[in-house]
Design a protein around this ligand. Structure first.
Ligand code: GCU
Length: 620
């Protein structure tokens, strides 16, 4: 008797059953995919929580046309490469991807410096990682993403868990519904394509490093958990710490407690209907945080089953007229700008080692301040700035000419600002929130950034709001009167006298006219030099030329009465697609005082001398 399959009709029945089965599988996957995704949340102090790391090697598939997610009609696929389908013999359809055979990429890390073929790549790349997990009952499980540049989508076991836009802030996706006991897999799609309506937009002077650029982990918290908190020293009442703790899922009246064992201080407060418990308590014998004494305290924050062991310093910062006061005393910010470019290996910086090297050079320079440009840097950088005593200017990536009249773009900038402030608000090192860099002086721009500045003030009234403004010139006078200055506590201005503007000596005859009775920070100045390239001081690109710029800048800056800080551009050479000059730049911006390989240029020692002698700025 011919076998079941030999008979034509039974083959047809078999094909129908298989197709129906697959159809059902697709529907199930689509249904589960659709229902789980929720907006990612901010978890303050996520890096202080116990976590299961997902760092290491991930399978990766480069997908320039994003065919893993979008059909050729550009509809989002129901069964894209996120389902991690394993092809089976006899499948009635081809499977054109297989993570088990795919090359690896390290996480954290940008993809550009990991594979030569990806150095200039801009587009989507898929990541996949298997992990085993035993979820505990009555808990939430979050996928913590330190950063993913620029747009990213995440699935766990084929179920969409979240998506995010913005390359420099951390976010947490609730994966509780998607994780199961035993073996699991997570798939991420990351796309660093630049678009006009992105924040930042298409033009920047830094490399568009793509990928999962900071740590990834699984964080498990009780059903009722602490998602955000703020603790700071009162500006008005001596010896008083105030702030709040927000507890998700807590009943009104639930308790939130804070303890500072070294100060034998503790307090508790009731959680209100909005999930917040307001705190206000006295402490005795507190040693205030400062660059000279970066004293950190263990702080235990507890509510219900949940607790976080924080490590933080306490200080106040404010403005009085044209003075910046740290702990009530005038301070001059002797600083330098830093990009998150990794020393020596290059690529996006993320590790403690990267931070220790960069901030170590800041300390060696005799500086007490770093402008972290032009986007929020990693928590590792901020933790080390707290520990090493480096004051920080942290910046939202509103850089150059965004679409300032596009409300969608404003919403993106607001979202990134919220994530930056809510994630990093407890770092004593951060004293300035910068809203923008070198934006064109138009009414739409002033409105846009004015909105961001008031948002930042309402989110965090304990720090100073600033931005790096462009300055206009009239003859040999530099005029700082950009209307955006009205929205700021501290004015930042960028100038390149001696590099983009004439010769270094021009600084000797330059006057400054500041329209605001506010503290001023010269937030950028400097010029390019190739480390080891020597010549006469009027030969561009040589160390001598760069040194000469600094020699003429410092006396000019000393003459600006309300100058309260400076951060020359820049500590270390960094990669930029705008810098092709062969043999000198080779796709690096060479304005560093130190090369990307750690070679200190002559200008480093000129600035170091001025900082060590404290010959710049008002006497402290
Ligand atoms: C600008 C800008 C920087 C840039 C620098 C330069 O002022 O803010 O991002 O790298 O100038 O031209 O080197």
């Amino acid at each position: 008797m011919p076998s079941f399959f030999a008979r034509p009709c039974s083959r047809r029945v078999f094909l129908w059953i298989t197709a129906a089965g697959c159809g059902l599988l697709v529907v199930f996957l689509a249904a589960s995919n659709a229902c789980a995704a929720s907006a990612p949340i901010v978890l303050t102090g996520a890096d202080r929580r116990a976590a299961t790391s997902l760092d290491g090697e991930w399978a990766s598939i480069v997908d320039p046309y994003f065919s893993g997610l979008f059909s050729f009609h550009h509809e989002e696929k129901k069964n894209g490469w996120f389902v991690n389908y394993k092809a089976k013999p006899g499948d009635p359809f081809p499977t054109e991807y297989d993570y088990s055979k795919a090359p690896k990429l390290k996480v954290p890390g940008d993809w550009n410096t990991q594979r030569e073929s990806l150095m200039f790549y801009e587009g989507p790349i898929w990541y996949e990682k298997d992990f085993s997990y035993e979820p505990k009952p009555h808990t939430h499980i979050f996928l913590h993403v330190g950063a993913a540049n620029y747009r990213s989508w995440f699935w766990v076991n084929g179920q969409k868990v979240c998506e995010h836009e913005g390359g420099f802030t951390s976010f947490n996706c609730d994966i509780t519904q998607a994780v199961h006991s035993g073996s699991n897999f997570v798939v991420a799609a990351v796309d660093n394509t630049r678009r006009e309506d992105n924040v930042p937009t298409v033009q920047t002077d830094w490399w568009n490093y793509g990928g999962l650029t900071r740590d990834l982990s699984l964080i498990e918290v009780p059903e009722t958990f602490i998602d955000q908190y703020d603790l700071h020293l009162s500006r008005t009442e001596d010896g008083v710490i105030e702030g709040w703790v927000h507890v998700t899922g807590a009943e009104p009246g639930a308790k939130a407690e804070v303890q500072i064992p070294d100060l034998k201080a503790s307090t508790s407060a009731d959680v209100g209907a909005d999930g917040r418990a307001a705190l206000h308590f006295n402490v005795k014998g507190l040693e205030r945080w400062s660059p000279e004494t970066p004293r950190l305290y263990k702080v235990v924050i507890r509510s219900g089953q949940d607790s976080i062991d924080e490590l933080m310093g306490f200080r106040t910062v404010e403005v009085r007229g044209t003075e910046i006061l740290l702990n009530g005393k005038p301070i001059f910010l002797r600083g330098v700008c830093i990009h998150a470019e990794a020393p020596y290996r290059t690529g996006r910086a993320y590790s403690d080692k990267d931070a220790e090297t960069l901030l170590g050079w800041v300390k060696e320079l005799g500086a007490n301040f770093a402008r972290l440009a032009h986007y929020p840097h990693a928590e590792t950088m901020l933790r080390n700035a707290d520990r090493m005593g480096v004051l920080v200017w942290s910046e939202n990536p509103v850089y150059w000419a965004l679409q300032f009249d596009n409300p969608k773009v404003l919403a993106k900038a607001e979202q990134q600002l919220d994530e930056e402030i809510n994630t990093s608000r407890n770092h004593a090192a951060i004293v300035l929130w910068s809203m923008a860099n070198e934006t064109p002086n138009t009414p739409a721009r002033t409105q846009f950034i004015g909105t961001l500045a008031s948002r930042a003030r309402s989110l965090d009234p304990t720090r100073l709001i600033t931005a790096a403004l462009l300055v206009r010139a009239q003859g040999s006078t530099k005029i700082v009167d950009d209307p955006l200055g009205n929205a700021l506590d501290v004015i930042g201005t960028n100038e390149y006298i001696g590099w983009y503007e004439g010769h270094p000596e021009k600084a000797d005859t330059t006057q400054w006219q500041i329209a605001y009775q506010k503290p001023l920070i010269m937030s950028e100045f400097g010029g390019d030099a190739k480390a080891g390239l020597h010549g006469k001081e009027d030969e561009r690109w040589t160390e001598e030329y760069q040194a000469n710029i600094y020699r003429h800048q410092l006396p000019m800056l000393r003459k600006i009465a309300q100058l309260r800080g400076m951060s020359p551009w820049i500590l270390m050479d960094f990669r930029s697609p705008n810098r092709p000059l062969a043999g000198i730049q080779d796709e690096f911006n060479r304005k560093g005082l130190i090369s990307d390989q750690g070679e200190k240029k002559q200008a480093f020692f000129i600035l170091q001398k001025a900082y060590k002698e404290k010959s710049v700025g008002n006497p402290e």
